[in-house]
Design a protein. Structure first.
Ligand SMILES: O=C[C@H](O)COP(=O)(O)O
Length: 258
């Protein structure tokens, strides 16, 4: 049984003060939640203060990125140990915005993921196709290459600290959500890849989140799918009310087709 995980990626939004206000509202709203894991990812500069607010609450702290080296002459970078030091338990890697705007490759995503796992944190590894790739029939090829690339040399034991996130690039921040069937098709495919690489136990335990215009109005339908185990939420995670409603999604069974 996979515990649902709802993660809020605040991207490049909010000052330290605004981040603390949002975190405090979530801590107040969600203090009783035990059945769903909750993660928020503020900007780097707010992590330390937000981390203090989240202590002893069910809200866990994530960074949106990291560097693969622990320390050294890497100007402008932030390492996994430094993120752990301010309270991060999770780190997002491979987000399409980093792939698209900062040239991050599958190999670099893999190197970062291994650094995260080496330090015992959880890596939230994102994959997803562009609209062009989907329309030209490359969807599964692209997803397979991203998954295999990101998970290279990661052991079955380390997979307990890996969460995958399927985020179709065309659904991010556009208001266009993949239908729950479209998302499920890819999630099931990813689980099949895990089965092939790591076996049944790992494949059935690994959580696969969906990301791309998730809102209070579509989360329940997405979560009714067998292989969707949670969400990586962008825009709607910036409003406490919306994010709390997503965390408290109503469990519904998938309706059988007529
Ligand atoms: O990391 C989150 C995703 O990029 C989704 O963003 P969105 O919910 O604003 O579409």
């Amino acid at each position: 049984m996979r515990k649902p995980l709802i993660a809020g990626n605040w991207k490049l939004h909010n000052t330290v003060e605004q981040s603390c206000q949002l975190a405090q509202a979530l801590v107040n709203d969600l203090s009783d939640v035990t059945e769903t894991e909750i993660v928020i990812a503020p900007v780097f500069t707010a992590l330390s203060e937000v981390g203090k607010i989240c202590t002893e609450s069910p809200v866990q702290l994530a960074a949106q990125n990291c560097h693969c080296m622990d320390d050294g002459a890497y100007t402008g970078e932030v390492s996994v140990p430094l993120l752990a030091d301010v309270g991060c338990s999770h780190i997002i890697v491979g987000h399409s915005e980093r792939r698209q705007y900062f040239g991050e490759t599958d190999h670099f995503v893999n190197v970062k993921a291994r650094a995260i796992l080496k330090h015992g944190l959880t890596a939230i590894i994102c994959v997803g196709e562009t609209l062009e790739q989907r329309e030209s029939g490359e969807l599964f090829e692209v997803i397979a290459a991203q998954i295999r690339g990101a998970l290279e040399e990661i052991t079955a034991e380390q997979m307990a600290q890996v969460v995958l996130a399927y985020e179709p690039v065309w659904a991010i921040g556009t208001g266009k959500t993949a239908t729950s069937e479209e998302a499920e098709e890819v999630h099931a495919y990813i689980r099949g890849l895990l089965h092939g690489s790591f076996g049944t136990d790992i494949a059935s335990q690994c959580r696969i989140l969906y990301g791309g215009s998730v809102k209070p109005g579509n989360i329940s339908e997405l979560m009714a799918e067998e292989d969707i185990d949670g969400a990586l939420v962008g825009g709607a995670s910036l409003k406490a009310e919306d994010f709390s409603a997503i965390v408290r999604f109503k469990k519904s069974l998938k309706m059988a087709p007529h």
